[in-house]
Ligand binder design. Structure first.
Ligand code: NAD
Ligand code: UDP
Ligand code: UDP
Length: 311
């Protein structure tokens, strides 16, 4: 049994990770300021003897004793991370420094949830870890993608300078139950719109691509990376099945049996045109690859949102 801290543990990915690690018999401490996460995501764990929730903002220091840190705290959807961009930067910089200070003091292994956004609007396709990216340093997404780039830099510097035992994963678009209804990401938006009979809002002409990974596949990749010896990353975790956003809208309409229309809205600034992970490294080093198809994953997610909308 390990004592494991999960920052951002009440969020979408974090809460699934809490479930997974509790089920494996670990002692889990979930730290979250509940900005974009919710107690509802961890409600079923609150009475578990090996689960603790601490409401705390990681831009302030935190002193606890643990063996591992999964550092996930940071709003992930564009609406949430652009709501207070200065706070997003603080979370990525000051929050990551605090978690690295903690990991250094207690000699814990620390994993950073970085993102495919560090590749920006990529000029190399699909994106391997060796690609340095094409990022706008002054745009509305910069608080997030530059924030995560600094977080990666901090991880590497604490590793080189202070011997902190680190892992860096670059997560590509991930979806599943417990995404927030209002978080504005494409899969939750489309499913909720389709279930409510509202038009599906495709930004731009819908020819931009993304590659969507189901949450259970991602959780396995995170834990494998944490447990792998002698491999610090960075490593891409995502599903290489690339699809156009307009195609995604049609699949959601089919699976929800919805009669909603598709409407087109302006493309947000700096919206990447193509995104698809090269997961060769994860296959080689972690023996990991996603197994859940888009259709299977969407069906589970639709089930979740249908229940949630019923109230
Ligand atoms: P989420 O918004 O559901 O979860 C983030 C959690 O962090 C929330 O519970 C939020 O309340 C908490 N948080 C934010 N700022 C905090 C702070 N200062 N102190 C304490 N807690 C704070 O998002 P998610 O999709 O679960 O993403 C989790 C992590 O994975 C993020 O770091 C995100 O950047 C990364 N990631 C996610 C995706 C994706 O597709 N979901 C893709 C790439 C990277
Ligand atoms: N820190 C923390 N928890 C700990 C240890 C450190 O939050 O258990 C914070 C600490 O307050 C500091 C940051 O992590 O602001 C970086 O710590 P480090 O030891 O690297 O730097 P220093 O304290 O020397 O500035
Ligand atoms: N998108 C869309 N309609 C929506 C929400 C998003 O067409 O209602 C598009 C968005 O412009 C982007 C893609 O879907 O091209 C993925 O957006 P999301 O916010 O989910 O993730 P990210 O852009 O961070 O990859």
């Amino acid at each position: 049994m390990a004592r494991i801290l999960i920052t951002g543990g009440a969020g979408f990915i974090g809460s699934h990770l809490c479930d997974y690690l509790i089920n494996k018999g670990h002692d889990v401490i979930c730290v979250d300021n509940l900005f974009s996460g919710s107690k509802n995501n961890i409600r079923h764990l609150l009475s578990h003897p090996y689960f603790e929730f601490i409401r705390h903002d990681i831009i302030h220091p935190l002193f606890i004793e643990v063996d591992q840190v999964y550092h996930l705290a940071c709003p992930a959807s564009p609406i949430h991370y652009q709501y207070n961009p200065i706070k997003t930067i603080k979370t990525n910089v000051m929050g990551t420094i605090n978690m690295l200070g903690l990991a250094k003091r207690v000699k814990a292994r620390i994993l950073l949830a970085s993102t495919s956004e560090i590749y920006g609007n990529p000029k190399v396709h699909p994106q391997p870890e060796t690609y340095w990216g094409n990022v706008n340093p002054i745009g509305p997404r910069s608080c997030y993608d530059e924030g995560k780039r600094v977080a990666e830099t901090l991880m590497m510097d604490y590793h080189r300078q202070n011997n902190v035992d680190i892992r860096i994963v670059r997560i590509f678009n991930t979806y599943g139950p417990r995404m927030a209804l209002n978080d504005g990401r494409v899969i939750s938006n489309f499913i909720v719109q389709a279930l409510r009979g509202n038009p599906l809002t495709v930004y731009g002409d819908g020819t931009q691509t993304r590659s969507f990974c189901y949450i259970s596949d991602l959780i396995e990749g995170l834990v494998k990376t944490m447990e792998q010896e002698d491999f610090i990353g960075p490593v891409n975790l995502g599903n290489p099945n690339e699809i156009k956003i307009i195609e995604l809208a049609k699949i959601v309409l089919k699976l929800t049996h919805s009669k909603s229309d598709i409407i087109f809205k302006p493309l947000p600034p700096d919206d990447p045109v193509r995104r698809c992970p090269d997961i060769t490294l994860a296959r080689q080093k972690l023996n990991w690859q996603p197994n859940v198809s888009l259709e299977e994953g969407l069906k589970e997610t639709i089930k979740y949102f249908s229940e949630k909308l019923k109230g």
